[in-house]
Ligand binder design. Structure first.
Ligand SMILES: *[C@@H]1O[C@H](CO)[C@@H](O)[C@H](O)[C@H]1NC(C)=O
Ligand SMILES: *[C@@H]1O[C@H](CO)[C@@H](O)[C@H](O)[C@H]1NC(C)=O
Ligand SMILES: *[C@@H]1O[C@H](CO)[C@@H](O)[C@H](O)[C@H]1NC(C)=O
Length: 677
């Protein structure tokens, strides 16, 4: 990622700190949507009380006046307390300022400029809001004129006053001029995120999630501004500065217009935004980031004489396409290496004599490298050979047959190799209303499993904290554990894995995943469960498994992802990129002869958890609707297989409805409808 992009994202993260802290309080208090609704109702009911004809102008009835003032302030205190609870991350803004000062050297991008402006405006609204809170808290000690000043400031026409700030925020989201520069900040953000997939890597949020959070941040600010302006009109009215019925009504109208347009812009950006999330290459490959299938088809040196039951050397290496080791003739090289106890496949003759550098007995490799006398080297011979090299020479028999050392592939016995995939389901506890919040591949013992993370689904798409669902490890060799039921063993003939990206139907969320065999392919499937967005209730009995059952027999069969001279992926210096698409497959195979002496099985398996960062510092989790298996690689690399997930599509839940038209009718109990569903 370029320096500039990194900068953009640091700003972005700071801006998002607003809403992210707001999420932390969802379970305890309310979310932005509920806050909007509650404050809207509070405003309406306050106007009902204070909007009635009130004859303070005569200045006679002081007790009544004081009582009304207290009441207004008490209501304002209530409103501001709930806003405050959603606003703990405000001090982060200092970082933006610092940050802006530092980034003046380079010419910033348009998005970055707008993000900075947005964060500045949001900060200013937040600071008037903070001031209001202080005043409300201190009302007993404050002069009336101070409150009056503040209220007047909140509804002032000055460029820097609250109404102006809200209009400027709105202009960033919905630019007033439809010219070249007229793209809104949400759209710019989305365009920018489309450009590079490394963004997803750094943020561990899908572009869709980012835009949704950004939208919530803006919506929260609108709500704050609306409340402050309405209560200011009320205060001004009871202080006898005027009637303000008309002004309050205009404020409400403009609020409705802005929130409606913001919702439209958000919906448009969200419906286009990418919902994929996956992990990328870590800084450093470790045992925590990847695991390997071992000894599926491993390079293996064997002499012809040991591959037939008669101990003859009548054939050549190419004759042995499928063989096994029968004997160890005269304790030659065969006695110095671990035998292949499975099938020996696809032998070939490379050269008669060679030096072999054996790998450490603890390693899953057999050889570090092999150097033939003709100069060809398999593997990387540059390293010194710790175990000491062995000279391996073919020989002639008196019959003038040549007993050649062949270079073959060994599909080792199931005891020696680790090439099992669990076929057991990985499920969230739907009976306790839990959904999948993340996924990973994990190797336990010799077996690869899908593992899910789960969290309880709450109202309006919120998911409480995310926890790992423990995978029950098993040993494929134990009695009662069955091949084809509990697990699949990769073999020469059955080593393909399907690469699909699956999404749940509308109104469903992700609640599980599994591998299943379709023909000779290991095949990925997801479980989807319908739910009620408003209540957050799952309908477990209506769960379904979803898969892309395209087989080799169909008229548009899956295409294969081909590997070109695949070396061990952890050796690759360049970054790897996703190079598979939906409806493809890949075959596990040996690493390249020349690069690695075919000692490893590729692709490797990425075992990093794919769990979206809900936020910077909150405990909530993300709602998901799909998942997939992909291959990440590049020319000359075996690459990695990994899981990706699709975050839930919130676009259809973003809508704005106008607030109630008038407050005057006392009997009117119209609910204030929040700006988001
Ligand atoms: C104004 O206050 C006086 C004294 O309390 C009261 O008699 C009168 O009805 C009030 N006027 C209105 C319009 O409420
Ligand atoms: C003041 O507000 C009331 C409604 O509460 C309205 O009936 C009245 O016409 C307003 N007066 C003026 C002068 O705008
Ligand atoms: C979701 O639940 C609410 C409240 O129980 C209900 O009114 C609504 O009809 C439900 N929606 C759907 C799509 O079932």
């Amino acid at each position: 990622m370029s320096v500039q992009r990194v900068r953009t994202f640091r700003v972005l993260l700071v801006v998002l700190a607003f809403v992210n802290t707001s999420r932390a309080l969802v379970d305890e208090v309310v979310d932005v949507l509920r806050l909007g609704k509650e404050i809207g109702e509070e405003v309406i009911s306050s106007w009902d009380v204070f909007g009635k004809p009130f004859n303070a102008t005569g200045g006679v009835d002081i007790p009544v006046f004081r009582r009304r003032e207290r009441e207004i302030l008490a209501r304002l205190a209530l409103v501001s307390r709930s806003i405050e609870k959603l606003e703990l991350g405000i001090n982060k803004i200092g970082e933006v300022t610092y940050f802006l000062a530092k980034t003046r050297e380079n010419k910033p991008t348009r998005l970055e400029l707008r993000m900075n402006e947005m964060s500045d405006l949001l900060n200013r609204v937040a600071s008037s809001n903070r001031l209001m809170r202080e005043y409300v808290g201190l009302q007993e000690e404050l002069e009336r004129s101070t409150l009056l000043d503040f209220a007047e400031g909140c509804v002032s026409h000055d460029h820097g006053a609250l109404p102006g700030l809200l209009e400027r925020i709105h202009a960033l989201v919905v630019p007033p001029h439809k010219n070249l520069l007229g793209r809104g900040i949400l759209q710019l953000l989305n365009d920018d995120l489309e450009e590079e997939d490394s963004d997803v890597c750094v943020l561990q949020m899908s572009p869709h999630q980012l835009i949704y959070d950004m939208y919530n941040t803006i919506a929260l600010t609108e709500i704050k501004g609306y409340a402050m302006m309405q209560f200011s009109w009320m205060l001004l009215r009871i202080y006898g500065r005027g009637n303000f019925t008309q002004e309050a009504s205009l404020t409400r109208q403009r609020y409705a217009e802005r929130t409606g347009q913001t919702a439209t812009a958000a919906r448009a950006a969200l419906s286009r935004a990418n919902r994929k999330l996956y992990r990328c290459d870590p800084q450093e490959y470790t045992k925590d980031t990847y695991a390997e299938v071992t000894r599926l088809l491993q390079g293996y040196v064997e002499n012809e004489v040991d591959m037939n039951s008669d101990g003859t050397c009548k054939e050549n290496c190419a004759f042995y396409t499928l063989a096994e080791r029968h004997d160890c003739y005269k304790e030659q090289f065969c006695a110095k290496q671990a035998a292949c106890n499975g099938r020996i496949i696809d032998c070939q003759y490379i050269d008669s004599d060679m030096w072999v550098c054996p790998a450490s007995p603890k390693s899953q490799r057999r050889y570090e490298w092999i150097q033939y006398e003709n100069g060809r080297t398999l593997g990387k011979a540059d390293s010194s050979c710790r175990q000491g090299t062995t000279k391996v020479d073919s020989w002639w028999r008196w019959t003038l047959t040549h007993c050649s050392y062949c270079f073959c592939l060994c599909e080792d016995s199931e005891i020696e190799s680790e090439r099992f995939f669990s076929l057991r389901e990985a499920l969230a506890d739907i009976d306790n209303n839990k959904v999948v919040t993340g996924m990973r591949l994990v190797k336990l013992g010799k077996v690869f499993h899908l593992q899910v993370y789960e969290g309880a689904l709450a109202e309006r798409g919120f998911v409480e904290s995310s926890t790992e669902v423990a995978v029950k490890a098993f040993d494929p060799m134990h009695v009662g554990v069955t091949q084809g039921v509990d697990y699949h063993t990769l073999t020469y003939e059955r080593r393909a894995i399907d690469l699909d990206e699956l999404d749940a139907p509308a109104g469903h969320v992700l609640t599980g995943a599994r591998f299943r065999m379709i023909g000779a392919h290991l095949h990925f499937e997801i479980r989807a469960t319908p739910f009620n967005y408003t209540t957050g209730r799952l309908a477990p009995e209506k769960s379904q498994w979803i898969s892309n059952d395209n087989t080799e027999g169909s008229h548009m069969p899956r295409t294969r992802v081909k590997l070109y001279k695949p070396d061990i992926p952890t050796r690759k210096q360049t970054t790897l990129h996703i190079n598979s698409q939906h409806d493809q497959y890949i075959e596990f195979t040996h690493s390249d002869f020349d690069a690695d002496a075919a000692q490893s099985t590729v692709p490797f398996i990425d075992i990093q958890p794919v769990v979206p960062t809900k936020a910077l510092n909150t405990k909530g989790a993300s709602l998901l609707s799909g998942a997939g298996i992909y291959h990440r690689g590049g020319r000359g690399s075996g690459g990695f297989l990994g899981v990706k997930i699709l975050t839930y599509d919130y676009s259809k839940h973003v809508k704005a409805e106008p607030p109630p038209s008038e407050f005057v009718d006392e009997a009117e109990t119209t609910e204030f409808v929040p700006i988001i569903n």
